[in-house]
Design a protein around this ligand. Structure first.
Ligand SMILES: CC(C)(COP(=O)(O)OP(=O)(O)OC[C@H]1O[C@@H](n2cnc3c(N)ncnc32)[C@H](O)[C@@H]1OP(=O)(O)O)[C@@H](O)C(=O)NCCC(=O)NCCS
Length: 176
């Protein structure tokens, strides 16, 4: 199990855009198993048009590199404002990725806890029912974080419905 101190959530600057852009390719490739509508462009990349917004809309978009023992292990993109909430201040996990090399060792859980400690408040996490591993991950981590106080709802989605976890991240409830 990853030691809490060895996992870091490092704020990404615009200098990290190429790094995040590369990680996004690996992430989207993984997600293309779940969303068959994701296709490579003619340049061999999926692309992620919204990435530059993470540095031009700094008050509403937050980008982080996950490091494990100093090495790049994944990334997190979060936004203030969620497609699953009417309140524009609700925080949302937009994208979340741990490199295969580091999976199932607690890196994702640690990174999620660090994220919620950094931004206390109302959160949503949206995950496709077709993404069984991620659904198990989020359901477990959110239940642990909230002591079961999160609500889990279903929204229409294609090709599978979305599960939406809504909860409050309260740092005092989070234990390493
Ligand atoms: C989902 C993801 C972030 C999980 O990261 P991770 O670092 O492997 O997660 P952790 O090791 O912290 O897992 C914590 C617990 O979540 C559950 N879990 C994690 N991945 C799981 C999987 N594939 N299947 C079932 N349960 C899983 C387990 O209970 C796990 O504890 P355990 O390993 O002791 O059994 C990672 O698999 C990933 O990046 N997947 C591809 C991208 C993606 O789907 N992102 C989420 C989009 S909503």
């Amino acid at each position: 199990m990853a030691d809490f101190n060895t996992v870091a959530l490092e704020e990404a600057t615009s200098a990290d855009a190429p790094l995040l852009s590369n990680l996004l390719e690996l992430y989207i490739h993984d997600l293309s198993d779940v969303f068959p509508g994701l296709h490579l462009g003619p340049d061999g990349r999926f692309g992620y048009d919204k990435l530059p917004l993470y540095w031009s809309e700094r008050e509403r978009r937050f980008a982080f590199v996950i490091r494990y023992d100093g090495r790049v292990a994944g990334f997190v993109l979060a936004t203030r404002g969620s497609p699953a909430a009417d309140n524009p201040d609700v925080l949302d996990v937009a994208e979340f990725f741990v490199l295969r090399r580091y999976r199932r060792s607690g890196v994702g859980r640690r990174a999620a806890v660090l994220l919620w400690q950094r931004f206390p408040g109302e959160w949503t996490v949206r995950v496709s029912e077709g993404n069984a591993g991620a659904l198990a991950f989020w359901r477990g981590v959110v239940t642990e974080l909230t002591g079961g106080a999160a609500t889990e709802t279903t929204r229409p989605g294609r090709p599978h419905p979305w599960r939406v976890f809504s909860f409050e991240s309260a740092p005092e409830r989070i234990t390493p």
